[in-house]
Design a protein around this ligand. Structure first.
Ligand code: PLP
Length: 378
């Protein structure tokens, strides 16, 4: 069987985990957590960053930091993972979905302004497949209407928009190190990136159960006490140890994935030229990370047939998100503003091809052959 995804293992993970265990300090904010955060400061110029237990909890923290309360509204695409909406819905916010662009599957920036009301607090762009949303346009709207921007950069490690790192353009950036992402911290993990010191100081407190423990440990206060709301959002140092091994090989992982992505893109071009399928679109000023390789068929019937056809040949090529506005919880917590011209249609005709670090060349040939064969027979 050719799986859709395989969790990345670089080789040094066990050594670091063993060292963390032997050091006797495996609680959060240990040696490896600090090393990971330093890595992001040095390599990414993410001055204010904190490891978290997941992208979902990074988004939860964002909603707390922005003091989202019942009745507030946030704007995002419906074509996203549940956590993007859930983290704000759980604070009582009303989710306002806007349509996506058919080319990148990202939120259509030109639809955002019409969804703004007096209650709007934030815009949440999701960088689908590690391809950036139109951040200049979105940041301008946010500035003009005095709104916050939280980037759901779950899939966007290593990605850039006009030379700028995704996750560092808005007020807050949220990354995922889940097992299915390009880099993982032992299966579950995340990162919170803050754009300024004020947000960072409060994030440190929220992440440490609402206490000033972090300041206390740094000798900046003589008492350790409850100072704000919060919870436990810091990962075990064992997770960080796993992650560090991957961060040290970030370029290697990225270029390996990009090679696989580029091979799909060049070998599938004849199918695109004949109008049978559509391939991903990457704007010239965006650097992506080969998180995903998706194709779109002419309609959902064909894509369903392909998903079945490939699985019968032991190749897993799944569908992606069911648009949230049509989900049971979505019906309760959200409204779709404007016309759903692309969200439902474009997502229904999409399938994702297997892609992961060190994917076998012959396996990739089998996936490509399977797709050609399918197109020939339909
Ligand atoms: C994976 C993902 C998340 C959730 O990440 P976790 O680390 O699993 O919580 C959120 N948003 C998007 C767009 C994702 O792809």
């Amino acid at each position: 069987m050719i799986p859709f995804n395989k969790t990345c293992v670089i080789g040094k993970e066990l050594q670091y985990i063993q060292d963390a265990i032997q050091s006797g300090q495996i609680a959060g904010d240990g040696k490896y957590s600090k090393k990971c955060q330093e890595w992001f400061s040095q390599n990414y110029q993410f001055k204010y960053n904190l490891l978290t237990t997941s992208c979902s909890t990074s988004l939860d923290m964002s909603a707390l930091l922005l003091e989202i309360s019942p009745g507030d509204e946030v704007i995002m695409p419906s074509y996203t993972f549940v956590s993007t909406a859930n983290s704000f819905a759980v604070r009582g916010a009303k989710i306002k979905f806007v349509d996506i662009r058919p080319d990148t599957m990202n939120l259509d920036e030109t639809k955002v302004e019409a969804a703004i009301t007096a209650k709007t607090k934030a815009i949440i762009p999701v960088h689908y497949a590690g391809v950036s949303c139109e951040m200049d346009y979105i940041m301008d709207i946010a500035k003009n209407h005095n709104l916050h921007v939280v980037e759901d950069a779950a899939q966007a490690m290593m990605c850039k928009y006009k030379q700028r790192r995704l996750g560092s353009i808005g007020d807050i950036g949220c990354f995922s190190f889940h097992a299915t992402k390009n880099y993982t911290s032992a299966g579950e993990g995340g990162l919170l990136v803050l754009s300024n010191e004020l947000l960072f100081e409060r994030a440190e407190v929220i992440r440490e159960k609402g206490t000033n423990r972090s300041k206390f440990l740094h000798g900046l206060t003589d008492k350790y006490t409850w100072v704000d709301i919060g919870s436990s959002y810091l990962p075990s140092d064992i997770s960080a140890a796993y992650l560090l091994a991957q961060l040290e090989n970030a370029e290697k992982i990225n270029s390996n994935r990009l090679n696989i992505w580029n091979r799909y893109n060049s070998e599938l071009k004849p199918l695109k030229d004949s109008g049978k399928i559509e391939l991903p679109f990457i704007p010239s000023y965006c650097e992506h990370n080969a998180h995903m390789y998706y194709i779109k068929f002419q309609n959902s019937d064909i894509s369903k047939k392909f998903i079945k056809y490939s699985s019968e040949r032991k190749i897993i090529a799944p569908f992606h998100y069911v648009p949230l506005h049509s989900s049971p919880a979505g019906l309760k917590h959200s409204t779709f503003v404007g016309e759903d011209k692309f969200t439902t249609f474009e997502s229904s005709r999409l399938a994702r091809l297997p892609i992961f670090y060190n994917m076998d060349k012959d396996d990739q040939s089998k996936v490509i052959d399977c797709l050609f064969e399918f197109i020939k027979n339909t």
